[in-house]
Design a protein around this ligand. Structure first.
Ligand SMILES: [Zn+2]
Ligand SMILES: [Zn+2]
Ligand SMILES: [Zn+2]
Length: 244
Protein backbone atom coordinates (compact mmCIF):
# COMPACT_ATOMS: atom_id res chain seq x y z
CA UNK A 1 0.00 0.00 0.00
CA UNK A 2 1.43 3.37 -0.94
CA UNK A 3 0.42 6.89 -0.10
CA UNK A 4 -0.22 8.46 -3.49
CA UNK A 5 -1.27 11.91 -2.40
CA UNK A 6 -2.79 14.12 0.21
CA UNK A 7 -5.69 16.41 -0.61
CA UNK A 8 -6.52 19.21 1.76
CA UNK A 9 -10.10 20.43 1.71
CA UNK A 10 -11.04 23.58 3.56
CA UNK A 11 -14.21 23.60 5.66
CA UNK A 12 -15.78 25.86 8.25
CA UNK A 13 -16.80 24.32 11.54
CA UNK A 14 -19.67 26.45 12.77
CA UNK A 15 -20.93 26.30 16.34
CA UNK A 16 -24.26 27.90 17.19
CA UNK A 17 -26.97 28.29 19.79
CA UNK A 18 -30.62 28.25 18.77
CA UNK A 19 -33.23 29.68 21.13
CA UNK A 20 -36.82 30.41 20.32
CA UNK A 21 -40.20 29.98 21.94
CA UNK A 22 -43.24 29.88 19.72
CA UNK A 23 -46.42 31.13 21.22
CA UNK A 24 -49.88 30.55 19.84
CA UNK A 25 -52.23 32.67 21.85
CA UNK A 26 -52.92 30.22 24.66
CA UNK A 27 -49.36 29.60 25.79
CA UNK A 28 -46.26 28.27 24.04
CA UNK A 29 -46.82 25.36 21.71
CA UNK A 30 -43.26 24.71 20.75
CA UNK A 31 -39.84 25.81 21.87
CA UNK A 32 -36.32 25.26 20.62
CA UNK A 33 -33.29 25.50 22.88
CA UNK A 34 -30.24 23.90 21.36
CA UNK A 35 -26.80 24.97 22.41
CA UNK A 36 -23.43 24.12 20.89
CA UNK A 37 -24.93 22.77 17.65
CA UNK A 38 -22.19 22.14 15.11
CA UNK A 39 -22.31 22.13 11.35
CA UNK A 40 -19.53 21.69 8.80
CA UNK A 41 -19.74 23.87 5.69
CA UNK A 42 -17.45 23.32 2.72
CA UNK A 43 -15.27 26.28 1.82
CA UNK A 44 -15.08 24.88 -1.71
CA UNK A 45 -18.76 25.07 -2.64
CA UNK A 46 -20.75 26.03 0.45
CA UNK A 47 -22.35 22.60 0.79
CA UNK A 48 -22.99 21.12 4.19
CA UNK A 49 -21.28 17.92 5.14
CA UNK A 50 -23.64 15.05 5.78
CA UNK A 51 -24.24 14.75 9.54
CA UNK A 52 -22.82 11.23 9.90
CA UNK A 53 -19.52 12.22 8.35
CA UNK A 54 -19.38 15.51 10.21
CA UNK A 55 -19.83 13.81 13.56
CA UNK A 56 -17.23 11.21 12.61
CA UNK A 57 -14.69 13.93 11.84
CA UNK A 58 -15.52 16.13 14.79
CA UNK A 59 -15.07 13.21 17.20
CA UNK A 60 -11.31 13.23 16.87
CA UNK A 61 -9.28 16.27 16.20
CA UNK A 62 -7.69 15.43 12.88
CA UNK A 63 -8.97 18.60 11.30
CA UNK A 64 -5.98 20.84 11.03
CA UNK A 65 -5.44 24.54 11.22
CA UNK A 66 -4.71 26.07 7.79
CA UNK A 67 -1.32 27.23 8.99
CA UNK A 68 -0.18 23.73 9.91
CA UNK A 69 0.15 21.57 6.86
CA UNK A 70 1.69 18.20 7.67
CA UNK A 71 4.96 17.15 6.10
CA UNK A 72 4.29 14.04 4.07
CA UNK A 73 6.34 12.26 1.44
CA UNK A 74 3.76 12.62 -1.32
CA UNK A 75 2.26 15.40 -3.42
CA UNK A 76 0.00 17.69 -1.40
CA UNK A 77 -2.89 19.38 -3.17
CA UNK A 78 -4.73 22.20 -1.48
CA UNK A 79 -8.23 22.63 -2.89
CA UNK A 80 -9.51 26.10 -3.72
CA UNK A 81 -11.74 27.64 -1.09
CA UNK A 82 -13.78 30.47 -2.65
CA UNK A 83 -16.47 30.51 0.07
CA UNK A 84 -15.62 33.18 2.63
CA UNK A 85 -16.38 33.21 6.34
CA UNK A 86 -19.41 35.53 6.03
CA UNK A 87 -21.05 33.31 3.41
CA UNK A 88 -20.38 30.20 5.50
CA UNK A 89 -22.03 31.93 8.44
CA UNK A 90 -25.08 32.82 6.36
CA UNK A 91 -25.36 29.28 4.97
CA UNK A 92 -25.10 27.76 8.45
CA UNK A 93 -27.72 30.17 9.81
CA UNK A 94 -30.16 29.31 7.01
CA UNK A 95 -29.61 25.62 7.60
CA UNK A 96 -30.29 25.96 11.30
CA UNK A 97 -33.46 27.92 10.63
CA UNK A 98 -34.66 25.22 8.26
CA UNK A 99 -33.64 22.40 10.57
CA UNK A 100 -35.27 23.78 13.70
CA UNK A 101 -38.40 25.28 12.24
CA UNK A 102 -41.10 22.69 12.71
CA UNK A 103 -43.02 21.88 9.57
CA UNK A 104 -46.46 23.41 9.39
CA UNK A 105 -49.02 20.74 10.09
CA UNK A 106 -50.95 20.10 6.92
CA UNK A 107 -54.65 20.70 6.88
CA UNK A 108 -56.10 17.37 7.85
CA UNK A 109 -58.46 15.57 5.55
CA UNK A 110 -60.96 15.67 8.37
CA UNK A 111 -61.18 19.39 7.79
CA UNK A 112 -59.07 20.38 10.83
CA UNK A 113 -57.98 24.01 10.58
CA UNK A 114 -54.51 24.61 9.28
CA UNK A 115 -52.18 25.80 12.01
CA UNK A 116 -49.66 28.57 11.55
CA UNK A 117 -46.18 27.50 10.54
CA UNK A 118 -43.52 28.34 13.10
CA UNK A 119 -40.41 29.69 11.56
CA UNK A 120 -37.36 30.53 13.56
CA UNK A 121 -36.19 34.08 13.06
CA UNK A 122 -32.57 34.79 12.15
CA UNK A 123 -32.09 36.49 15.52
CA UNK A 124 -32.78 33.21 17.31
CA UNK A 125 -29.66 31.69 15.81
CA UNK A 126 -26.45 32.86 17.41
CA UNK A 127 -23.19 31.73 15.82
CA UNK A 128 -20.82 31.36 18.75
CA UNK A 129 -17.79 30.15 16.85
CA UNK A 130 -16.65 29.72 13.26
CA UNK A 131 -13.35 28.09 12.52
CA UNK A 132 -11.70 27.32 9.22
CA UNK A 133 -10.03 23.94 9.14
CA UNK A 134 -8.44 21.67 6.60
CA UNK A 135 -9.65 18.15 6.19
CA UNK A 136 -6.82 15.87 5.11
CA UNK A 137 -7.86 13.20 2.63
CA UNK A 138 -5.30 10.52 2.06
CA UNK A 139 -5.18 8.86 -1.31
CA UNK A 140 -3.90 5.35 -1.08
CA UNK A 141 -2.92 2.95 -3.78
CA UNK A 142 -3.39 -0.72 -3.04
CA UNK A 143 -2.18 -3.57 -5.17
CA UNK A 144 -3.82 -6.97 -5.56
CA UNK A 145 -2.06 -9.26 -8.02
CA UNK A 146 -1.83 -7.28 -11.26
CA UNK A 147 -4.39 -4.63 -10.32
CA UNK A 148 -3.96 -1.45 -8.44
CA UNK A 149 -6.81 0.30 -6.71
CA UNK A 150 -7.15 3.78 -5.38
CA UNK A 151 -9.08 4.76 -2.35
CA UNK A 152 -9.42 7.95 -0.41
CA UNK A 153 -9.73 7.93 3.32
CA UNK A 154 -10.24 10.35 6.13
CA UNK A 155 -9.49 9.61 9.73
CA UNK A 156 -10.43 10.98 13.09
CA UNK A 157 -7.59 9.75 15.21
CA UNK A 158 -8.75 6.25 15.98
CA UNK A 159 -10.90 5.32 13.01
CA UNK A 160 -10.54 5.68 9.26
CA UNK A 161 -13.36 6.06 6.79
CA UNK A 162 -13.05 5.25 3.09
CA UNK A 163 -14.79 8.01 1.16
CA UNK A 164 -14.07 7.10 -2.43
CA UNK A 165 -12.82 3.94 -4.01
CA UNK A 166 -12.75 2.23 -7.37
CA UNK A 167 -12.28 -1.07 -5.61
CA UNK A 168 -15.78 -2.43 -6.03
CA UNK A 169 -15.99 -1.88 -9.74
CA UNK A 170 -16.60 -5.16 -11.55
CA UNK A 171 -13.67 -5.97 -13.84
CA UNK A 172 -16.01 -7.59 -16.36
CA UNK A 173 -18.85 -5.08 -16.70
CA UNK A 174 -17.51 -1.94 -15.03
CA UNK A 175 -20.53 -1.54 -12.75
CA UNK A 176 -20.46 -1.48 -8.98
CA UNK A 177 -20.19 -5.08 -7.81
CA UNK A 178 -21.34 -4.15 -4.32
CA UNK A 179 -20.46 -5.72 -1.02
CA UNK A 180 -20.68 -9.26 -2.43
CA UNK A 181 -17.88 -8.60 -4.90
CA UNK A 182 -15.39 -11.39 -5.40
CA UNK A 183 -11.74 -11.03 -6.09
CA UNK A 184 -10.49 -12.70 -9.25
CA UNK A 185 -7.70 -15.07 -8.30
CA UNK A 186 -5.95 -14.50 -11.59
CA UNK A 187 -5.87 -10.77 -12.17
CA UNK A 188 -7.02 -9.23 -8.89
CA UNK A 189 -10.07 -7.50 -10.38
CA UNK A 190 -13.29 -7.38 -8.41
CA UNK A 191 -16.28 -9.01 -10.08
CA UNK A 192 -19.95 -9.70 -9.51
CA UNK A 193 -20.54 -13.04 -7.83
CA UNK A 194 -20.83 -16.05 -10.21
CA UNK A 195 -24.31 -16.72 -11.62
CA UNK A 196 -25.16 -19.76 -13.78
CA UNK A 197 -25.08 -17.85 -17.05
CA UNK A 198 -23.49 -14.60 -15.96
CA UNK A 199 -20.40 -13.42 -17.77
CA UNK A 200 -18.97 -11.52 -14.78
CA UNK A 201 -17.23 -14.28 -12.90
CA UNK A 202 -17.01 -18.03 -12.66
CA UNK A 203 -15.99 -20.68 -10.23
CA UNK A 204 -13.32 -22.97 -11.65
CA UNK A 205 -14.69 -26.50 -12.07
CA UNK A 206 -11.37 -28.05 -11.05
CA UNK A 207 -10.00 -26.03 -8.16
CA UNK A 208 -13.04 -24.01 -7.09
CA UNK A 209 -11.30 -20.64 -7.20
CA UNK A 210 -13.26 -17.68 -8.46
CA UNK A 211 -12.03 -15.91 -11.56
CA UNK A 212 -13.48 -12.96 -13.41
CA UNK A 213 -14.99 -13.28 -16.88
CA UNK A 214 -11.83 -11.97 -18.48
CA UNK A 215 -9.67 -14.67 -16.93
CA UNK A 216 -11.93 -17.72 -17.30
CA UNK A 217 -11.47 -20.39 -19.94
CA UNK A 218 -14.17 -22.64 -21.28
CA UNK A 219 -13.41 -26.30 -20.68
CA UNK A 220 -13.31 -28.43 -23.83
CA UNK A 221 -16.31 -30.60 -24.51
CA UNK A 222 -18.70 -28.62 -22.37
CA UNK A 223 -21.65 -28.14 -24.67
CA UNK A 224 -24.80 -27.55 -22.67
CA UNK A 225 -23.53 -26.05 -19.46
CA UNK A 226 -20.54 -23.85 -19.59
CA UNK A 227 -17.76 -25.37 -17.59
CA UNK A 228 -15.23 -22.75 -16.81
CA UNK A 229 -11.67 -23.14 -15.69
CA UNK A 230 -9.18 -20.75 -14.20
CA UNK A 231 -6.05 -20.05 -16.18
CA UNK A 232 -3.95 -22.38 -14.09
CA UNK A 233 -6.29 -25.38 -14.44
CA UNK A 234 -6.69 -24.68 -18.14
CA UNK A 235 -2.92 -25.00 -18.40
CA UNK A 236 -2.41 -21.40 -19.41
CA UNK A 237 -0.87 -20.00 -16.32
CA UNK A 238 -2.47 -17.49 -14.01
CA UNK A 239 -1.66 -14.56 -16.21
CA UNK A 240 -3.00 -15.92 -19.48
CA UNK A 241 -5.63 -13.97 -21.33
CA UNK A 242 -9.04 -15.33 -22.10
CA UNK A 243 -9.48 -17.42 -25.22
CA UNK A 244 -13.03 -18.66 -24.71
ZN1 LIG B 1 -20.17 -7.37 -13.44
ZN1 LIG C 1 -9.51 -11.72 -13.77
ZN1 LIG D 1 -8.79 -23.81 -11.32
Amino acid sequence: MTLAGLRLEAHYVVTADVDQDFGAGAGPMHSVHEHGVRDVISAMDGSAMDPARASFLLKGSRLIEPSRIPAVACPVVRERSPVDRASAKRIATERLIRKHSPAAPRAGQDGAPRKMACKIGPRSVRITDIRKVLLPKYQLRLKFLKRSYECTLVQNGSEALITESDMYECGACGKDAGKAALLCNSCGAMAHAPKPFGPHSHRCKDCGKTVCGNCAFRAKGALVFKKMLCGQCAGRGPGANRAQ
